[in-house]
Design a protein around this ligand. Structure first.
Ligand code: J2J
Length: 542
């Protein structure tokens, strides 16, 4: 059985095939067709060749098949940056089970929302996460989703089957199951979101495989590429731009880092002769600070990719000198479109733009509020469709009607300028989202939770400037009573009580008597952003 999603219209699918962009191959070919003796993943003291990765994922696939999992089923997976992330992913691909890969920083609230949406049969998680040290949370999840019967845990939690034992002990690799069809959903990617519930993005084998292949080509990945996976491995950027999958596609090697911090990564770069790393701007800033002391550790590094949030020109200009390698900027989105500065672009283009689309069939328009295309170098919203940009979120008809237009263009909410050569520069955002150093927070999700507090009458979450993170979040709260005595700490605790990921808890709270409103009666977030900007300036002066 296949999973329902919004397909590309037949005429587009035909063109993408004719052009050779969609090849009707399953994603598991990424590892099955790689040179089997090459090292695929280095993780701590462990080294897995492609042969190991293939055989372990086959063992796990066979085990899951014996449990009764079948094509069209879904799974929620939450793993840290460890080799098992790929073993699990490709095992699920072999039997046509579509996972949503939650970020390791996600918590009760996000996992419950994913379970509700995809009604999984299986959960794979790690006992390194507080939620899975015992079976209490799994029981809660299975109460809300009848089909959720199976759990596999990395580590020795004791309450569920251990993934480690399955991989060590199981010998049977006989598989009758097949991957899902290449134009069906392979897995769900996470959207940054701007709504109350996080939206899931159905990605097909065909579209994702193309995006990986083309990315690897643009970034000139080869079998000698040693790619450092320092961002959360489930994120679209380190998975596919070109990321770990790009490295697999060419038989290269992925080095797992437990965190993007400079000391951890510099040691790995030196030890494993890493050639490419990918970071968000705040992590890059820390690397740039730390690098002068470690410079000889970084000699193998050829390419530093930066994306996820706006990189300042001043940081960008430091990269070649301080890290001794080339910079590449990337404007990507889990919904599809990825833009790259090219390796042979001049330095000014690389430091001042976020690149251009990777494929000639990426249709990108920059439009004004009336929906008309604007000219070169004029600010407008980026809208796009193409061979790897999805046509709809999973089971979200109302939201889809708002962000996908009748021609299938995805309205990204990113405000950009496009130059005469097609290069995009991000200048702002017209979506209710905070980009906290690459981590996206949907304002409405947090506002809704705050409104549940008995003393909160109104709330509005906005971004505030931050030197390190680019943006942080500030919640404006109107209490129900003037003499409320409410404190930030109370609301922080309250939000944590719902089990939302830490990065979504507002960095600052401001209590006010009323929210400024727009002419149509919505909270005026432009005005609120200005209020907090002024207050921050005031604080700096004191
Ligand atoms: C400014 N804003 C950016 C950039 C993304 C590669 C790289 C990044 C992502 C990603 C990704 C930006 N400058 N260089 O999926 O494959 C903001 C935009 C965009 C949103 C998407 C990839 N690069 N952004 O960040 O789905 O607002 O994907 O629409 O997490 O991040 O976020 P996400």
């Amino acid at each position: 059985m296949s999973i329902a999603f919004t397909p590309w219209p037949e005429s587009f699918a035909k063109t993408y095939r004719e052009k050779g962009y969609w090849t009707d191959r399953p994603l598991v070919d990424l590892i099955d067709h790689a040179p089997q003796d090459n090292v695929a993943v280095l993780c701590g003291e462990r080294s897995l060749t492609y042969r190991d990765l293939c055989s372990q994922s086959k063992k796990l696939a066979a085990y899951l098949q014996r449990l009764g999992l079948k094509s069209g089923d879904t799974a929620v997976v939450q793993l840290p940056n460890i080799a098992e992330f790929y073993v699990v992913f490709f095992a699920l691909m072999r039997i046509g089970v579509a996972p949503v890969n939650a970020l390791f920083s996600h918590n009760e609230s996000e996992l419950k929302a994913y379970v509700k949406q995809i009604e999984p049969t299986l959960l794979i998680a790690s006992d390194g996460h507080a939620l899975f040290r015992n079976d209490a949370f799994f029981k809660t999840l299975s109460e809300s989703s009848e089909g959720l019967k199976h759990a596999l845990i990395v580590g020795s939690a004791g309450w569920a089957d251990s993934l480690d034992s399955v991989l060590r002990l199981s010998t049977d690799v006989s598989l009758s199951a097949q991957p899902s069809r290449a134009d069906d959903v392979a897995f769900f990617q996470l959207s940054g979101g701007s709504t109350g519930t996080p939206k899931l993005i159905p990605r097909t084998h065909n579209d994702y495989f193309f995006s990986v292949r083309r990315s690897a080509e643009i970034c000139q990945f080869t079998s000698s590429t040693h790619y450092l996976c320092a961002l959360p491995c489930a994120h679209n950027f380190p998975m596919s731009s070109p990321g770990a999958f790009g490295a697999f596609h060419v038989g290269g090697c992925v080095v797992m880092a437990s965190s993007p911090d400079a000391t951890t990564c510099f040691e790995l770069i030196k030890r494993h002769q890493v050639t490419v790393a990918a970071l968000v701007p705040p992590a890059l800033a820390l690397w740039l600070q730390a690098a002068p002391t470690y410079k000889d550790a970084l000699t193998s590094l050829v390419l530093m990719q930066v994306g996820g949030a706006k990189l300042s020109e001043s940081l960008a200009r430091q990269v070649p000198d301080v890290l001794g390698c080339q910079l590449q900027q990337i404007l990507g989105m889990a919904e599809g479109l990825v833009n790259y500065t090219r390796l042979d672009d001049d330095i000014d283009t690389i430091v001042t733009t976020q690149g251009r689309p990777m494929c000639s069939l990426d249709e990108v328009k920059v439009i004004d509020e009336a929906g008309n295309e604007v000219g070169a170098n004029v600010e407008g919203e980026l809208v796009t469709r193409g061979p790897y940009t999805v046509r709809g979120y999973f089971k979200a008809p109302e939201h889809n009607a708002k962000v996908f237009d009748h021609e299938g263009f995805y309205h990204s909410g990113d405000l950009v300028r496009r130059d005469e050569n097609g290069y995009l520069t991000v200048v702002g955002r017209d979506k209710d989202q905070i980009n906290r150093g690459g981590e996206k927070i949907a304002a409405e999700e947090i506002e809704n939770l705050l409104l549940k507090h008995e003393l909160v009458m109104h709330s509005a979450l906005v971004s505030m400037p931050d030197d390190m993170m680019g943006e942080k979040s500030c919640a404006f709260v109107v209490p129900k009573m003037a003499s409320h005595g409410m404190k930030s700490i109370t609301l922080r605790k309250y939000l944590r009580g719902f089990g939302v990921a830490d990065y979504k808890v507002p960095d600052r709270f401001e209590f006010i008597d009323s929210l400024p409103l727009t002419p149509v009666g919505k909270p005026n977030k432009v005005a609120l952003r200005e209020v907090i900007r002024q207050r921050l300036l005031q604080d700096k002066k004191l």
